[in-house]
Design a protein around this ligand. Structure first.
Ligand code: TXA
Ligand code: MG
Length: 343
């Protein structure tokens, strides 16, 4: 299949909308990461999304809307708590899980009786959904197992030949996928941390709890609330280790490890002004927010550069920290070293 690259002019968006309405697949920018969209009301086009990504069909998709009024047709009930979250965080980098209506085909929800819904803030995403005239089912537009795409070039690398077109709308602002809250139950549960932080959610619904699997791996026989949790995500080819703590101790630990692995191609992902000898250094950013924005692009870049071992600096500096730790810990398959300078 030939995959076209489209701009964000009105003609391109109109054409992309028509392709989705007809059952085709379009990758498009959102403020979190690029999405791979198909008509959410058409089970066959949803099946094509799983094939294009190489994604297991038991991992449900998020349905994207461009106006709050579209929500009623997708869900059975909206509790007061869910309603408060919706009004506080939509549009934005936020996904809510509610009991699904009969209009959602089972391919979207992988047989679950709930559906994940997101109203992105990105203007191009909103124009595309409106132009399609239907809700758009979309996972992140990466091949299954690769870091989510935050630039059009990442999508071009992963999806060329697999989908109808890619809309190049520049870099994603947030850089990690949306915050997911399951509000289909009495006590809302944070299933995936993102740009809307846990603190922001608790300001609206203080009872919200955090799913403990956000920072831990699942045990062999455990069934997660969020099916995506059981898959190894965001894993670059390089072996990643997170070195977490204050930056002086982090530097000392990484220096020691670089010496031990002097025969290998090593890289360091930094969130400080630390310098390292004989390593490929990529700078994530000085704040947690910047680090989140650049994280996936840096992981992809290390692979492009043939780096074999990556040490990722990390210090928890603000509310974005949970989202970064969740992604980094997965990329590192739980190889996490805590260090601190002695007082
Ligand atoms: O920012 C984002 O959310 C991006 C952009 C494109 O919107 N999308 C995204 O989709 O990250 P995806 O498919 O890569 O991640 C969706 C996650 C998966 O882990 C899936 O298991 C979970 O949401 N999910 C979807 N529906 C669910 C449901 N009904 N119950 C529990 N988890 C659900
Ligand atoms: Mg994904």
């Amino acid at each position: 299949m030939e995959t076209r690259i489209l701009g964000t002019d009105d003609n391109s968006i109109k054409e992309a909308g028509e392709i989705i309405a007809r059952g085709g697949l379009i990758a498009f920018p959102t403020e979190t990461v690029y999405g791979l969209g198909g008509n959410a009301f058409n089970g066959d086009s949803v099946k094509k999304i799983y094939t294009a990504k190489g994604r297991p069909s038991d991992n449900p998709l998020i349905v994207h809307i461009a106006d709050i009024s579209e929500l009623d047709a997708l869900v059975r009930e909206i509790s007061d708590k869910a309603s408060a979250l919706i009004h506080a965080f939509m549009p934005g980098p936020f996904t809510i899980i509610l009991k699904k209506s009969d209009k959602i085909p089972e391919e979207v929800t992988a047989g679950m009786d709930t559906v994940a819904v997101r109203f992105p803030e990105n203007a191009v995403a909103q124009r595309l959904i409106k132009s399609a005239g239907v809700p758009v089912a979309a996972p992140s537009a990466n091949l299954s197992g690769k870091p989510s795409p935050t630039k059009a070039k990442h999508v071009i690398t992963d999806m060329t030949g697999r989908i109808d077109a890619i809309i190049d709308g520049g870099d994603s602002d947030v850089g990690v996928e949306s915050t997911i809250v399951d509000a289909s139950r009495d006590i809302p549960v944070l299933l995936r941390p993102g740009g809307i932080t846990y603190e922001m959610i608790c300001d609206v619904v203080p009872e919200t709890v955090i799913d403990p699997h956000i920072l831990e791996s699942l045990k062999a026989d455990e069934k997660p609330l969020c099916p995506g949790m059981k898959y190894k995500h965001y894993a670059p080819d390089a072996e990643v280790t997170v070195i977490e703590g204050d930056m002086a101790a982090v530097k000392a630990e990484i220096d020691k490890r670089l010496k031990e692995h002097s025969g290998r191609i090593c890289g360091v992902l930094t969130m400080s002004e630390n310098c390292y000898d004989s390593a490929v250094i990529l700078h994530g950013g000085m704040t947690n927010k910047e680090y989140a924005k650049n994280l996936f692009a840096c992981l992809r870049k290390f692979d492009e550069l043939g780096v074999e071992i990556v040490y990722a600096e990390f210090e928890n500096r603000d509310g974005y920290g949970l989202a970064i730790r969740n992604r980094l810990y997965k990329a590192a398959s739980q190889r996490i070293i805590h260090v601190n300078t002695e007082e």
